[in-house]
Structure formats: C-alpha cells, structure tokens
Design a protein around this ligand. Structure first.
Ligand code: M6R
Length: 607
C-alpha cells in the first residue's frame, strides 16, 4: 500500500526522499509525489514509477532540508497526477501525505465546501489536508491533533506548513509509521527500509499518537495533547538485506535465502538435549497455550496457506482441536470463542488490516492471542499477548516466499512445543526436531534443481490455465503454488485438493493443460497417483513434485521436480520451493516485473 517518507534535518531533502521512495517501491503503488519546504512549499507529483517523479524533479529541482514524499496506491479517485499526494491548501501552505483510508470523508468534505474550501482531487486525503487547514490557528501540531479527533478510519500521515519551516508533524492510527532518530535530523517512514541507511535508532508511534519533529527535538503526544514517551529501539535490519546483490529480482533472492533464513528461525529454539522446543516469546503464557481447548489460526493470502498447514500440524502432533479461517471472514462473522481459545495471527508484515482486526476481535471475546509475525515492532506483534517472530529478514518481493517457509517453520515449532508438553514422547519429538534441523540443507538441494525447473517452465509458460493439486499437508501447498503463479505471471491457476477434481474441475482439462501435482512419498501417495491418471486420461500434462529416488513417478508424470526425502508433516517446507521457482521463471519468461506485479501491494493495510 502507500509509502511515506519524510525528513527534517540539514541535508538536502530531495535526494534523500527519492532514495527513500525507491526503498518503499516494493510496497506497491501507482503514482508518487514530493513536497519540499524552503522559502515556500514546492510540490511535484507524477503518475507511474518513482523514476517518473525523479525525472520531474530533475527538470525542476527542489531545494530545502525539510520535506516529505509518497507513493500512492489508489483507493479514492483514479490514478492521476491530481489525485497523487501530497495534497495542499492555499491559505496556510499546508501539505499532507497519507497512508490509509478516511471513512467519514464525505460529510467532512461537504462541511469544508460549505466553509469555502475548493477541492482539486477526488481523494479522502485532501479532505484531511483541508480540515487541518480549517483548524489551523498558528500551531500545526494542535491543528493536526484537532483534525484527527474528527476523523474515522486509518492513517499514517506527515504534514508540513509554509508558516512553520522548522516543523514536521506525523501521526498514526492503524497504518505503520516509524521515526528514525539521527544527529540533528529525523527520517520518518512507513517501514525501516527507508530509514536504515541513515540511522538504526527508531521508535514506532502507537495508534492515536502525534509526533512533532524539529531539527533538534521531538515531542510525542496523544490526540488530546497528553505527552507520551516512546520506546526507542534498534532497527534490526542490514542495508544488504534490502539490496539485490547478484540477483535479478528480490523474489529470486528471497527464494534462495530460505535455507539461511530458516536456520535463523530455528536458532536457539531447539533444545536437542531435552528433546524439546524453547520459545522465549511465549513467556508466561506457556501453560495457557498447552491447556488450550481450541486453536484458531488466521491470516490472508500466503499467510492463510501457512495457517492451514499450522492447523494440520497442531491437530496431528499436539492433538488440540484447531481451525483456520480467513481473517476477513472471522472478523465479521460473530465467531464462537469458547473458554481456552488461542488465536494465532499469521502475518509477514504484521500490518495486514484484516488480520489485525481479527486479532482484536478474538481478544475482545476473551481469546489468548499469539503472533507468527516477521516484522519486529509491527502492529500485530505489539498487540498479541505472546508471539514467535519468523526472523527471516526483510521480505521485499511482493510474492511472499521466505515468509511462507518461515511461517510454516514457526508453526511447526509451536506444534512441537505443544506436542512434547502434551502427548509426544521425548524420542518421537527428538526425531522430528532432528529432521527439522536438516530442512535448510534439504532446501539447498531442492534449489539445486533451479535450471531444470526453468527448462520445464519454458515448455509450459504460454498456457493460460493451470491446476495445482495436492492432498493432506500438501493441499495448502497446492493453493500456495497457484497463488504464486497467478499473482506474478497473471496466468489463471487454481489450487485444490487432488480428490476434488472429479467433482467438477476435471471438466476444465483439455489437451495440454498443465496440472502440477504434489506427489511426495507420503500416506496418500497412491491416491495421488490415481488422480494423476485421471488427469492424464483427459489429455492433461502432469508436472509432479516428487521424492528423490521415486522412479515410479516418471511413468505417470511428463516432468518431475525432485525434493529430498522428508516426513509428510514437514514436507510443505520443501514441496513449495519448486513451485516458487516455477512461478518466478514463468513471470520472467512472460516479460513481467516479478517484484512489482500489477495492482498488488506488499502490505495490505486497507479492507
Ligand atoms: O503481510 P501478510 O503476511 O499479513 O500478508 C498477507 C497477504 O497479503 C500476502 O501473503 C499476499 O497474499 C502475498 N502477496 C502472497 O504472495
């Protein structure tokens, strides 16, 4: 979704803001803009990539050491220069950028029009800019606080004013915003990637908080002007983690980072001597967790697929009733939260609006809440009672890859943590933990098939319809494989349980239609073979993900991607890898920008 970067200090703001915007490009956007304060307010906006804005400001450079910039993902109003941020008023020279949506913008707009304000865009953001202007009485911080008391919705905003050249005001509710503290300078951004090059000392604003920044100082307060002291922390991010290095795309880089990322996920969490899992983030809630009567897992997109695997693992290993639900459904459906319910919110960003709302709903209804989250200090991480960070490092590619395996790894650890404290013997747990610890090496072997996977993808990538089929633990992987392919290559792909095709989808199969089967050696292997034959009999082309050494599969499938031998319960950590590579190659071969798929945003902070 929209990206915000703002600066106050002594360096020229223009280049610093452009560099920040480039770091935020991965979030997804359709236009960009910048405001710089010098003797007066200068605004430049452009439709399309940050490069277009860069060209525009190069033609007309903006001098000044206070400013802000924005990438817009359209919600209210079409993609056009006049709807791009910053929005401004003419009376006081106030400019504002915004990430989020303002629900009551319509009545506020009517009110402001009656007061004589003229609007130049169709956005909800311009309404907020005008409201700040309407309430401005010589103090920007007060005007922002007053305006925010009047609005409903979600926001992260930055505001500057021609009349207060040494002030930047920022605020948040529901959308992320981080303040980086430098030496007589501050960099504020939607996420740490736009800050890390300048400082690693940061703090997050909480909901309904406003921060006034000058070059020398900052002051954080509530909307009612009660001062609050933010918690300053170290940003856990290295510059090289957010740079491409020798890779062509972030998605490919992140697929290849998975072995190392998962080693980090596991580090210090497996006690081999005691044959058990150690989870520091669970803290004093361990007892409640072990005694849970029901576990609900929730998330969206890829995180939802990981949550599905979590459901299977928890029931299978820990023997606790578990269910999984889209957060967007859970939050509105009046769900039953019995006593002893634990909700696990699964999310890479920790900012997904629906997942955050589902978590709040469950909390309200008395559930103990846990997070399986990647971004440290994110909203979900902060609002859950307990949590286990994924620790896979920043994920820049819009198509989630290492976060998925990180989520499955964390859910495997949680399941074994519970299982061992309930019914699983030390020996059985030791066997699984030993296997888990070998997963990174096994992923390395799966990645070694990359060239072969690329050649196979070349054969099929012009087909417009694909099926992804799996059973048991690998049914969610089929869903994930289909999602990966469709979101970056724009190929229509459907994932489903392999047995389901007979109930309708088999009608789709025509000559040459690719069907990807996850056919690892597991309890349902023979059943999967039957389903493969059903597809072959109707002219479908079968690509199988199979276990190393399985020669039989070659008699059934047209092409095979091998993965190392692993138990069925842990197999999703491997079977997904060839599907990630296939999707990445298909998108590239079809000429698409793998890291910036059309219409998509990395972190979905609106409903
Ligand atoms: O940040 P989250 O994990 O909460 O995001 C959830 C989904 O929006 C996300 O997984 C999305 O489906 C990815 N683009 C899939 O690759």
């Amino acid at each position: 979704m929209c990206g915000i970067v703002a600066y106050i200090g002594n360096k020229p703001a223009q280049s610093l803001l452009l560099e920040g915007l480039k770091r935020l490009e991965y979030r997804g956007y359709d236009s960009a803009g910048m405001a710089i304060l010098s003797d007066r307010l200068h605004i430049t906006r452009a439709v399309g990539r940050v490069a277009m804005l860069e060209e525009a400001v190069a033609r007309n450079p903006l001098a000044g050491t206070v400013g802000m910039a924005h990438t817009r993902w359209a919600t209210h109003g079409d993609v056009s220069e006049r709807n791009a941020h910053p929005h401004r008023d003419d009376k006081h020279g106030i400019a504002l950028i915004h990430n989020g949506t303002i629900e009551n913008y319509a009545p506020l707009k009517t009110y402001l029009q009656e007061k004589g304000h003229r609007f130049a865009s169709d956005t909800d953001t311009e309404v907020l800019a005008m409201l700040v202007s309407e309430l401005y009485d010589g103090d920007l911080e007060t005007a922002v606080q007053s305006a925010l008391r009047e609005i409903r919705g979600a926001y992260a905003i930055a505001v500057i004013c021609e009349k207060e050249a040494n002030t930047l005001v920022v605020a948040r509710k529901g959308s992320p915003l981080i303040v980086g503290i430098g030496d007589k300078e501050f960099v504020v951004a939607s996420d740490g990637s736009a800050i890390v090059a300048h400082t690693t000392q940061v703090f997050e604003l909480d909901d309904y908080q406003v921060c006034k920044l000058t070059r020398d100082d900052f002051r954080t307060s509530t909307l009612d002007n009660v001062p609050v002291t933010p918690k300053i922390r170290q940003l856990e991010m290295e510059l090289e983690q957010i740079e491409l290095g020798s890779f062509e795309t972030f998605m490919m880089k992140e697929i290849f980072e998975q072995p190392e990322a998962l080693r980090t996920t596991m580090r210090g969490r497996i006690d081999e001597h005691a044959g058990q899992v150690v989870l520091g983030g669970v803290g004093s809630y361990a007892r409640d967790l072990v005694r849970a009567r029901q576990i609900v897992l929730t998330g969206q997109g890829t995180a939802y697929h990981a949550a599905m695997i979590g459901q299977y693992l928890i029931e299978d290993l820990a023997k606790i009733p578990a269910k999984v639900e889209y957060a967007s459904e859970f939050r509105y459906r009046n769900p039953i939260i019995v006593e002893g319910t634990v909700l696990i919110a699964v999310s890479q960003s920790g900012e997904t609006a629906d997942t955050l709302a589902a978590l709040r709903e469950a909390k309200e209804r008395g559930a103990l809440t846990m997070g399986a989250v990647n971004v440290v200090g994110s909203s979900i991480a902060r609002e859950t009672d307990a949590g286990v960070y994924l620790r896979v490092g920043p994920e820049i590619g819009v198509a989630s890859t290492k976060a998925f395996t990180g989520q499955v790894m964390v859910l495997s650890l949680i399941s074994l943590f519970l299982a061992r404290r309930r019914f699983m013997s030390v020996d059985a747990c030791e066997v699984m933990l030993e296997e888990l610890s070998r997963v990174p090496d096994m992923i390395e072997k799966a990645l070694a098939e990359n060239d072969h996977i690329k050649r196979v993808t070349e054969k099929y990538c012009r087909n417009e319809n694909w099926l992804f089929l799996g059973r048991g633990y690998n049914y969610p992987v089929a869903l994930e494989g289909a999602l990966k392919l469709k979101e970056i290559s724009y190929i229509h792909a459907e994932g489903m349980p392999a047995a389901e095709i007979k109930h309708g989808p088999i009608a789709l199969i025509n000559d040459g239609m690719p069907a990807v089967f996850i056919a690892n050696k597991g309890p349902q292997y023979d059943k999967v073979m039957l389903n493969i034959e059903q597809v072959k009999a109707r002219g479908g082309r079968v690509i199988a993900v199979a276990t190393e050494g399985d020669q039989n599969i070659k008699r059934h499938a047209d092409d095979v991607f091998y993965i190392p031998d692993i138990s069925d319960a842990l197999s999703p950590l491997l079977t997904v890898v060839p599907l990630q590579l296939l999707a990445c190659h298909a998108a590239k071969l079809r000429g698409h920008d793998v890291d910036k798929p059309r219409n998509l945003a990395k972190s979905v902070t609106v409903e």
